[in-house]
Design a binder for this molecule. Structure first.
Ligand SMILES: [Cu+2]
Length: 138
């Protein structure tokens, strides 16, 4: 095989690899907000665009939200002051505010590899258990 053919074959494989890369595939995570937890239909996604389909399914008739922070801390280990997590001390990736009971909202964010904490930061809700984590890895 000539050197040119080898390069061409290698280039073809690289292109195939790129086409199959999961980072270009739309990913959706269903996030269900309950009064004492946040449930995800998956806790592992690939780097790239991720759509959070956020549904407030709590039976407490309260408005909730979903805040996405990038941190290596465990989702239950964030410092709480006066009933709220100090979001400004973290790298905030995005949030959907004020999801009314029974309603859904979408949040589209681009996620790099790492560990993320998702929480509701309405006063007192984090401490009631409204938090979970998500891992982004290739
Ligand atoms: Cu809440």
């Amino acid at each position: 095989m000539s050197p040119f053919c080898q390069i061409a074959a290698f280039g073809g494989l690289a292109l195939l690899g790129f086409a199959a890369s999961a980072s270009d595939v739309p990913q959706t995570v269903k996030a269900t907000l309950l009064s004492n937890s946040i449930q995800l239909d998956t806790r592992n996604v690939k780097p790239g665009l991720v759509t959070f389909d956020v549904n407030n399914a709590s039976d407490d008739k309260m408005t909730h939200e979903l805040v996405v922070l990038k941190t290596d801390l465990a989702d239950g280990a964030l410092l709480v002051r006066k009933g709220r997590v100090a979001e400004e001390k973290f790298r905030k990736i995005g949030e959907v505010e004020d999801v009314a009971p029974g309603k859904s909202k979408k949040l589209v964010v681009k996620l790099a590899p790492g560990h993320y904490v998702l929480l509701c930061n309405k006063r007192g809700h984090y401490s009631m258990g409204m938090h979970t984590s998500l891992v982004v890895a290739p």
